[in-house]
Design a protein around this ligand. Structure first.
Ligand code: HPA
Length: 249
């Protein structure tokens, strides 16, 4: 049995439903004030440190992006003692440096989602928070992610703006063109409200985005259709370095 604190919590996205490298795993399904998380939290050791892993969409990918209980997921990790969260998000690439199979650690985001519970101030009587969110990803944790990537010799693009869309459908070419004009480099469906909730809950939070495809109309062949096979194959290829990165982190 380990009673050391959890050094890091990892939330896995599409194509990443487990951290096979975790050792001595115990499973937890804490109830939270916000309901039940997407699945069990697997706690084990990696690189000699205690790490928690939670599959954002459930381990059999049964929860779509707009139905994820982001609050329960983060509250469950926090209840187990986690203070730092590395979010893995499968995304589409919009601008030139962010092609398929690139890993990126964005430093900004724009929220295009709607109709999701995006705050812990939802319940009557809860304290109204107006957290600072100018830098939506914790700068110190981002710096550690980039240092760990360098140590593990995993290429990660430093920076970029993540645009969070509602999904579950993919975007139109016009929507992606607008997002490019807005300054987005990456597009995904799960970056928000997760990052904002983490800030409200006082958790350090950084995103490691895994580019699965060119977003609609953004690639060299603007008429290419995006398939799930392409997405999963690129995520599998790009994820090879993630266990080493997490160990170094
Ligand atoms: N758009 C939104 N989310 C995504 C995409 C995309 O092209 N690829 C993987 N997640």
């Amino acid at each position: 049995m380990h009673h050391d604190p959890i050094e890091l919590a990892v939330i896995g996205g599409t194509g990443l439903y487990a951290l096979a490298e975790l050792q001595d795993v115990s499973s937890h399904q804490p109830d939270t004030p916000y309901g039940t998380p997407s699945g069990p939290v697997r706690v084990g050791t990696l690189g000699g440190r205690r790490v928690a892993f939670l599959a954002r969409h459930g381990e059999s990918h049964s929860v779509p992006p707009h139905r994820v209980n982001y609050r329960a997921n983060l509250a469950a990790l926090k209840a187990l003692g986690a203070r730092r969260v590395l979010a893995l998000n499968t995304v589409g690439g919009i601008t030139g440096r962010f092609g398929p199979r690139v890993l990126a650690c964005p430093d900004q985001l724009i929220d295009y989602t709607w109709g999701r519970i995006a705050t812990i101030c939802e319940e009557p009587g809860s304290e109204v928070l107006h957290v600072d969110f100018g830098d939506p990803y914790t700068p110190a944790l981002r710096a550690r992610v980039l240092a760990a990537a360098a140590e593990a010799r995993v290429a990660v693009v430093d920076g970029g703006c993540y645009g969070a869309t509602q999904g579950p459908r993919l975007e139109t070419k016009a929507e992606i063109a607008r997002m490019r004009r807005d300054g987005c480099d990456l597009v995904g469906m799960t970056g928000m409200p997760e990052a904002g909730l983490a800030r409200e809950m006082g958790l350090d939070y950084a995103c490691l985005a895994i580019v699965a495809n060119w977003a609609a109309g953004a690639g060299p062949d603007p008429d290419e259709t995006i398939t799930l096979e392409e997405v999963l194959a690129n995520v599998a290829a790009a994820s090879a370095g993630i266990p080493a990165l997490v160990s170094a982190l």
